[in-house]
Design a protein around this ligand. Structure first.
Ligand SMILES: Nc1nc2c(ncn2[C@@H]2O[C@H](COP(=O)(O)OP(=O)(O)OP(=O)(O)O)[C@@H](O)[C@H]2O)c(=O)[nH]1
Ligand SMILES: [Mg+2]
Length: 314
């Protein structure tokens, strides 16, 4: 059988051109000032060190969810900083840890993959805890010439302690150290300016109005998960996943998956109180008039099953 010849229009599509023969209107061709710089910056570190908080603070807008429970971030989330002269694409990553489940392994793999082809790596450690084995383990795999060590949470310790931690961190042998508080914003502007200066000449990768690459439905599911992490008292953060199953704006149906029957009641709460509070808090962060339906389902041991993880995008 002979191969079918391409129609000219199909070929144009493959080449990324309009059928008329004109180049397609892609963002890379927009006019940019001479000397425009751009690049990719990965935030990396153990769970809970404040990577997502720092990204939101640098962008001045919330693009990634935060909680006081470890392993909150489960996918690579890109947040884009754009100024006329420079564009930085920040990649928030899951915290690197010793995995106990397939989900844990996948989170680590996602974080490691986000290190490839990076212009700058922001390696976060905490000011309010010792710099330990977990930090050193991550440090060993980072490119020294492209890594900036960020000592976060300086608001929660005294000045002397910050200095002591910087001395301890210097054993990791990176060249640049920035003490910051992602929460209060202290030191964050200086860090951001420094990162931007390090970026090489290059084009804009994303349109200037784009702050993140997170699809809307995924974002709604993330906001619901964030509020579950905040509201549910019991220790089942790892057992919870969320996904939007119907999107008929302003009607959105979001499923909350738990691993076992016994966890269902905890997420629903007495007379639905937990679910109600989660819904109210998530809606407060969405455009007015959205109708958010929350449904709790048991997906047995989902965090150990490859297919369940694939479906969730983890
Ligand atoms: N005091 C203080 N708390 C902070 C600071 N930055 C983050 N936190 C808190 O630390 C906790 C973890 O923050 P996240 O930003 O979710 O941490 P993460 O590194 O993204 O965590 P994972 O996604 O689980 O890897 C939250 O309770 C934050 O409010 C800071 O500068 N100071
Ligand atoms: Mg995070």
């Amino acid at each position: 059988m002979t191969q079918e010849a391409h129609e000219p229009e199909e070929l144009d599509e493959e080449l990324g051109r309009e059928p008329s023969g004109e180049p397609a209107d892609v963002s890379l061709v927009v006019e940019q000032p001479e000397g425009h710089r751009s690049g990719f910056v990965t935030l990396i570190g153990r769970p809970n060190v404040g990577k997502s908080t720092l990204l939101n603070q640098m962008l001045g807008t919330k693009v990634t969810i935060v909680s006081d429970k470890p392993q909150t971030t489960r996918t690579e989330v890109r947040g884009v900083f754009t100024r006329p002269d420079v564009q930085a694409v920040f990649c928030d990553t899951p915290g690197i840890h010793k995995p106990r489940t397939l989900l844990g392994q996948r989170l680590n793999d996602t974080a490691r993959a986000a290190l490839a082809d990076m212009d700058v790596v922001l390696f976060l450690v905490e000011a309010d805890g010792p710099i330990g084995r977990g930090d050193r383990f991550i440090a060993e795999s980072l490119p020294p010439e492209r890594t900036i060590l960020v000592l976060n949470k300086i608001d929660s310790v005294g000045r002397d302690h910050v200095i002591g931690q910087l001395v301890a961190a210097s054993e990791l042998e990176f060249d640049e150290y920035f003490p910051v508080s992602a929460k209060t914003g202290r030191g964050v502007d200086a860090l951001l300016e420094h990162v931007l200066e390090r970026l090489p000449e290059g084009p804009r990768f994303y349109p200037e109005e784009m702050a993140s690459d997170v699809p809307e439905a995924f974002w709604v599911a993330e906001l619901v998960r964030e509020q579950l992490l905040a509201v549910v008292r019991e220790e089942l953060p790892h057992s919870i996943a969320t996904r939007v199953t119907e999107w008929d704006w302003p009607r959105v149906r979001c499923e909350i998956l738990v691993e076992r029957d016994s966890q269902k009641g905890i997420v629903i709460g007495r007379k639905g109180s937990v679910l109600k509070e989660v819904g109210t808090r998530a809606r407060a962060q969405l455009p007015e008039g959205v109708f958010l339906e929350l449904v709790v389902k048991v997906d047995k041991d989902w965090q150990r099953r490859p297919k369940a993880l694939d479906r969730l995008g983890y």
